[in-house]
Ligand binder design. Structure first.
Ligand code: PLP
Length: 372
């Protein structure tokens, strides 16, 4: 199997598996219990927390571990609404956000929050003049992701944070696809992260919170994570996240250079006839979302069972609905269903990527001949 689905998840780094091993096998103590073993587990979690914070390189705040980035985002949005001062009941976000943001905002809108979902341009970028016109003293939260998971397009996060702050709003950034791959832009007050997108384990995420902007707790119980997020932490998962963050921090430039070479190799080997979905100037190069006139992407996926890639047109839940992201770029159903997403990264070998791209291109041409 050639794995080209790095936006969905990434392979566990061997260094991470090794770091987690003792915490899965022998070191089973509850990190919140007062025994020596418990203290050792708690200390390992604190080391991991510092590793994640160091990789993020944000000052003036701290990280709380969560069960996923989805949980971190739900907590950030709902917990900020719970703390809102009188008169601030507006949320602004953009049409290409992950469902974790959009569905949480919609849920709140059904309960009285004033929600504005701003459109993006055909390149997937937010027009800052449009944002400026919407910002006012009623805005509580501005939520914009840094790297889009479907199309890889980046947003000007520092500028958006500055504009949000000017009107007294809080800025949330979903940095799940950016963290460990690019330097996360400074400015946001809340940042959602996920371990499994950076060669860490699944089942753990984090929320970085600027001091004073901690959301109200969503999960109540044993008072873990400064009473902000109750529930026994998993030392194995925290240690894995920390190790993955440390590794990503150390290898950031090397990984990025590798991904850039892969991007070029993929484009060269696909040949002509493919159109890139979203901005080419503002994007993370490990995400190649492309379409081809008349292509039946679902058929292509079925034909190439030993290449793991994604349909650019199906939403993350696999519901088969056309992607809200591609629709936000102005694409019609036909264009969306002729789109595929190739995602590659640290462990992708250039030769296997080239092989997969050539086969994808050959199958696409064969489809055209068959349909002609
Ligand atoms: N945000 C983005 C941009 C993502 O790509 C994902 C995962 O697909 C999430 C949020 C949710 O992350 P998790 O799987 O940790 O809940």
């Amino acid at each position: 199997m050639i794995y080209l689905d790095y936006q969905a998840t990434t392979p566990l780094a061997p260094e991470v598996a090794k770091a987690m091993e003792p915490w899965i096998e022998e070191r089973f103590a509850n990190p919140h219990s007062p025994s020596r073993w418990g203290h050792e587990a708690a200390a390992a979690i604190e080391v991991a927390r510092k590793q994640v914070e160091k990789a993020l390189e944000f000052k003036g705040g701290s990280v709380a571990f969560t069960g996923s980035a989805t949980e971190a985002i739900n907590w950030a949005i709902k917990g900020t609404v719970d703390k809102a001062s009188k008169g601030r009941n507006r949320i602004i976000t953009i049409a290409t956000e992950h469902a974790a943001v959009l569905d949480t905002c919609e849920w709140l809108a059904a309960r009285g929050i004033d929600l504005t979902v701003l459109p993006v341009g055909p390149d997937g970028r937010l027009d800052l003049e449009l944002l400026a016109r919407e910002l006012d003293q009623r805005v509580l939260l501005v939520a914009v992701m840094m790297v889009n998971n479907e199309i890889g397009v980046t947003q000007p996060i520092s500028e958006i944070a500055r504009m949000a702050h000017e009107c007294g709003a809080i800025m949330l950034c979903d940095a799940v696809q950016a963290f460990g791959r690019l330097e996360v832009c400074h400015g946001p007050d809340l940042v959602a992260l996920s371990a499994h997108k950076i060669h860490g384990p699944k089942g753990i995420g984090a929320l970085w919170m600027r001091k004073g902007h901690e959301p109200m707790a969503l999960i109540h119980g044993g008072g873990q994570e400064q009473s902000l997020r109750s529930g026994t932490l998993s030392p194995a998962l925290c240690v894995g996240f920390g190790a993955a963050a440390k590794l990503a921090d150390e290898r950031c430039t090397r990984d990025y250079d590798h991904v850039q070479k892969l991007w070029k190799a993929a484009r060269d080997s696909l040949g002509a006839g493919w159109i890139i979905n979203g901005s080419t100037a503002h994007r993370y190069p490990g995400n190649l979302n492309i379409r081809r006139e008349g292509l039946d992407a679902a058929r292509l996926l079925a034909d190439l069972r030993d290449v793991a890639f994604s349909l650019g047109s199906a939403c993350a839940s696999g519901s088969g609905r056309p992607s809200h992201v591609l629709r936000a770029l102005g694409m019609d159903y036909r264009e969306a269903r002729s789109s595929i997403r190739l995602g590659f990264g640290r462990y992708t070998k250039q030769a296997e990527l080239v092989d997969a791209c050539k086969r994808i291109a050959a199958h696409a041409v064969a489809q055209e001949k068959l349909d002609a």
